[in-house]
Design a protein around this ligand. Sequence first.
Ligand code: PRP
Ligand code: ADE
Length: 182
Amino acid sequence: MSACGDDDPRIHGIKSKIRVVPNFPKPGIMFQDITTLLLDPKAFKDTIDLFVERYKAKNISVVAGIEARGFIFGPPIALAIGAKFVPLRKPRKLPAKVISEKYILEYGTDCLEMHVGAVEPDERALVVDDLIATGGTLCAAMNLLERAGAEVVECACVIELPDLKGRERLNGKPLYVLVESH
Ligand SMILES: O=P(O)(O)OC[C@H]1O[C@H](OP(=O)(O)OP(=O)(O)O)[C@H](O)[C@@H]1O
Ligand SMILES: Nc1ncnc2[nH]cnc12
């Protein structure tokens, strides 16, 4: 599911504020830079509002945000829909007992961790990040939540790189994005 096909006038404004930086952090990568979106209060608010409108009546109790850029978009969504926010962090950042999931990136490998006890069995979870590329990060995030017994209702990203076919790694779990970049 994507809002790209919608005729919501806010989508064009959001897309226009995402800066594309060629060859960062490696040759051949077209880096989608959301820091320029954050510089525009209307485009940033429109981004949050679109997610809040979609999720406010879906009975979601936990928004899980992926380090680092999911920490920008996840908390305002969580506050607006009345859900708790759970950070999914890179290794050795969380101080208490964690569960971990390794994954492969477009440009390397990494691991996500979640605090044990942050999520209760049967909670309804939304996973938030800025971008889906290969889908490895979202897949690891969903695995963490499901290992804790939560139901992942949907994943939500600002940007999808559809050419990398990340959706195919989500095992049929719905993904909602605002803009696509080819
Ligand atoms: O779909 P995938 O191929 O898994 O890639 C998507 C992930 O890559 C980026 O994060 P990155 O790992 O660069 O970390 P950062 O946000 O800490 O810079 C992005 O913010 C996503 O989390
Ligand atoms: N092209 C890209 N731009 C920004 N973040 C990314 N994460 C993985 N691929 C990316």
